[in-house]
Write a protein that binds this ligand. Structure first.
Ligand code: ADP
Ligand code: MN
Length: 255
């Protein structure tokens, strides 16, 4: 019953967003010709059976629902016209995995998209629950849809937690940060209640949005980890979690 309530409220929110983004889609021109061509090819190959509605319109990317041959899919499309790509620069240029990227907007966005796919793969192999990545092609990332019957799971931000759920959600997030760090050699680098979904079936967290995640060799990795830790502690302080920043940092970096 609790689950139904949660799904219903997520549904209403996603409907509201859909209206908004229908309008934005036209204005922002997500589907430029080259993006349309790729979507067309993917649909000819049977990777996408049908495109669905918009799930989200963000600063750099739009996320759409799609039907796959086997399961529901989420399609994240980075806008080539995105104005904030300069910020991507600082993340990608210092990443040893991406040293040969030409310094132009399209290439940076394509590299960014591949990076998100790779980060999701690494996270998944490390045992972190993330959407299963399917493929990256130019500015398009296809992944598992985290939701049911076209309704995405709610963000942690929009999921009121019962007293008995807080500890489990918090501990799992900390465990995922630890696994990311130790097993995947990654720092999420944009972790907050906005990039964690909650599966209402078992109230477990799912990490999303890993385009900006960096390997530990990145010169700013420690700083990003510190920021992630601060964000999580700030969010959970409302639920009475009082862990100290330094202790949590140690725990995440422990063997
Ligand atoms: P942005 O860079 O715009 O923040 P995100 O990757 O965070 O991009 O995705 C934006 C929103 O789209 C998320 O807040 C979430 O609601 C939804 N979303 C993203 N990926 C998925 C997915 N795999 N399944 C379901 N919903 C998703
Ligand atoms: Mn996000």
């Amino acid at each position: 019953e609790k689950k139904i309530r949660r799904i219903d409220s997520a549904k209403d929110k996603s409907r509201a967003r859909e209206k908004d983004s229908e309008r934005l889609k036209v204005e922002e021109n997500v589907f430029d010709v080259s993006t349309l061509k790729i979507l067309y090819t993917l649909s000819n190959k049977g990777i996408i059976k049908a495109m669905g509605g918009s799930i989200s319109t963000g600063k750099e990317a739009n996320v759409f629902y799609a039907e796959g041959p086997e399961k529901e899919l989420a399609i994240k499309i980075y806008r080539i016209s995105s104005s904030t790509f300069k910020a991507m620069d600082t993340y990608i240029m210092k990443d040893p995995r991406f040293t040969n990227i030409r310094n132009n907007k399209r290439d940076i966005i394509f590299a960014w998209t591949r990076k998100e796919l790779q980060n999701l793969k690494r996270a998944k192999s490390a045992g972190v629950r993330v959407p299963e990545p399917v493929l990256a092609e130019k500015n398009i990332l296809i992944m598992e849809f985290m939701g049911e019957k076209e309704v995405p799971y709610p963000l942690l931000k929009n999921t009121p937690l019962e007293n008995d759920e807080v500890k489990l959600v918090y501990d799992t997030i900390v465990e995922y940060m630890h696994l990311l760090y130790k097993e995947a050699n990654l720092v999420h680098a944009d972790l907050s209640e906005y990039n964690i979904l909650i599966d209402p079936n078992n109230i477990t967290p799912i990490f999303i949005d890993m385009g900006q995640s960096v390997t530990l060799e990145h010169p700013n990795a420690r700083e990003f980890l510190y920021r992630d830790v601060k964000n999580i502690l700030r969010f959970f302080s409302r639920y009475g979690i009082k862990d100290k920043t330094e202790e949590l940092l140690k725990k995440i970096q422990a063997e």
